[in-house]
Design a protein. Sequence first.
Length: 329
Amino acid sequence: MSFFAVLFALLVEQLKPLPRSNFVHDALTGWMRWTGRNFDAGKDHHAWVVWGVTALVPALLSWGIYLVIGHFNLLAALAWNVAVLYVTMGFRQFSHYFTDIRDALQRGDEATARTLLAEWRHLDASELPRTELLRHVVEHSLLAAHRHVFGVFFWFVLLSTLGFGPAGAVLYRMAEFASRYWAFKSRIVGVPSNQSLLALSQRLFSLIDHLPARLTAFGFAVVGNFEEAVTCWRRDASLWKHANEGIILAAAAGAVGVQLGGSAAPGVTPDRSKTFDSGMADETVVADGSTPGALPQLDHLRSIVGLVWRSVVLWMLLLALLSLANLIG
């Protein structure tokens, strides 16, 4: 059932993607705001209460609905899995920005590309050189693909195999969104937040993402330049502050032969790179702390898309083989 649920969800998402501003994002934001307002009194132990209500309750609720529906009709249970995956997993949840930025760069409209990147990742891209602009787009796209597709995929398959239905997909999505929401609220909005809650949400998501990040990196290595991907993984993953991000980006950089990281690549958060300094770099100089490879070019965006899709096919084939073996066995 897991294979067909993922397959149908991806097909539906390609045919009828969620718009850039959609009810799912609004509902998640409202849920985070409500839990913080009603369960966070600023104490350390309240952070656990807020996170539990935020992430665990929706996951358990999705599992309970799955059990009730599955008791009466297996096809309805499959439909429920597809529906949950549709709102928690998919390329089109982040590819709007990627496609628009790529199209703007192909037209030579770098100003629009910078505006879109700033809107997408909430960073100042107005003065980034073209190479650094492309580097940011590549890094953000790789991590977005992991968090919106592969991370959800792995947790869904794992817990679905154990009989928990779509609980894994919901748990991963809620944990990931919580780690971003509290950081965004504290850094961008300027609203004071419980620092224990911020630290806890990021620490727990790091633990939840530990295995999926390594599986994503392994998939990139298998479908790309395996030797270079593994070498970069082992040698360069520590260039980034957050280990899970470093593993994914280093493996992808080696797989396609592109230079990522460095002093001018803050990436997902302004402090992600240990060598981040001013946000600027000379395009003729290899930035300190970068992976080896060619400077990012427009063609690398096409290479990244191919890498991600080949990895999706790889994991879907493996899931299909496992499902077939389970049926035969």
